[in-house]
Design a protein around this ligand. Structure first.
Ligand code: SAH
Length: 290
């Protein structure tokens, strides 16, 4: 069992306070307004060629849809984010490719679009945040390592804390089926809207209390939580398949700063092993719905 270590791998970030001039040359304005149905249609047109052809495919038509004279398009900024993730130690090619595909800027408010590819968490409403890319990539890489077959896709995955739906979309590329639960109706609806354009038939959004998991989809090859509690709910452990892995933030008594750390649970025929990793900072896991 490794002792918790200090960040950099926390889901909170201070990058939002950086002066605008220091940000990468991401377009100041993108031709989207995630809140309108017509914009959703535009997203649908552009999301698919990119998913099909890969992040570094120069033939993608996205550039034409962006305002002229703004320099880089979102694909280039996303590729830069992916290079940065790799430099930070994320080595799983499938995770990097999925992070390169999914347009993170589609999941944040228009006012935050030019921070979408910075390594920072961002507010998504109702006091919740989208985790920083590094933390998303790290957790997904850990899940895939647990599966023991990095060449293939994960099987059924349970995500607790849909939030804006970003991580669910990335998971949709890495797993055969994704069941994602959110306890706040407003965010569940927002995620549904955000994901509609991506048409990910294997991503199932559920409104409910994720503390009890989702028994109908069990057993899960992997379980991932984006909110941290005092303990890992027993329902999650029960719903994890033998051979499966769970990754979640959890409060660690006496841990670094007395806060949360990432916890891995590996379920084998012999039992469950727990590994405590680095310190993180996620929103609290709460029971009930609202
Ligand atoms: N993965 C998300 C991150 C969302 S933040 C994204 O990509 O945007 C974590 C989310 O967990 C919040 O939206 C919060 O409402 C939700 N949450 C907290 N406790 C929960 C519970 N018991 N069941 C389901 N969702 C929960």
């Amino acid at each position: 069992m490794k002792p918790p270590v200090k960040p950099p791998l926390t889901s909170s970030g201070t990058a939002a306070a950086k002066p605008v001039a220091k940000r990468p040359g991401f377009p100041v304005r993108l031709e989207i307004d995630a809140g309108t149905p017509s914009a959703t249609k535009k997203i649908a047109h552009r999301a698919h060629p990119e998913r099909a052809t890969g992040i570094f495919d120069q033939k993608m038509p996205a550039k034409a849809a962006l305002p002229s004279g703004v320099g880089l398009d979102s694909r280039a900024v996303r590729a830069r984010m992916v290079h940065k993730l790799a430099a930070q130690g994320i080595s799983d090619a499938q995770v990097l490719a999925a992070m390169g595909h999914v347009e993170r800027h589609r999941f944040v408010d228009t006012a935050l679009v030019n921070q979408a590819y910075e390594d920072t968490s961002l507010p998504i409403g109702l006091g919740q945040t989208i985790s920083k890319p590094n933390v998303v990539a790290r957790m997904l890489e850990l899940l895939r390592q647990g599966a023991g077959s990095p060449a293939g896709k994960l099987g059924r995955v349970l995500e607790i804390g849909t939030g804006c739906g970003y991580q669910a979309a990335v998971l949709g590329e890495l797993a055969t089926e994704v069941y994602s639960i959110e306890r706040l109706r407003g965010l569940h609806d927002k995620a549904r809207e955000n994901l509609r354009a991506f048409r990910l038939a294997n991503v199932h959004l559920l409104f409910g209390d994720g503390m009890v998991g989702y028994a109908k989809g069990a057993p899960y090859a992997a379980i991932i939580a984006a909110a941290g509690g005092e303990a890992i709910p027993t329902a999650w452990v029960e719903q994890l398949a033998v051979g499966g892995r769970l990754v979640a933030p959890m409060h660690i008594a006496g841990g670094a700063g007395g806060g949360q750390a990432l916890v891995l649970l590996d379920k084998t025929a012999q039992g469950v092993t727990q590994t405590v990793l680095e310190a993180v900072h996620f929103v609290p896991l709460k029971s009930g719905t609202s």
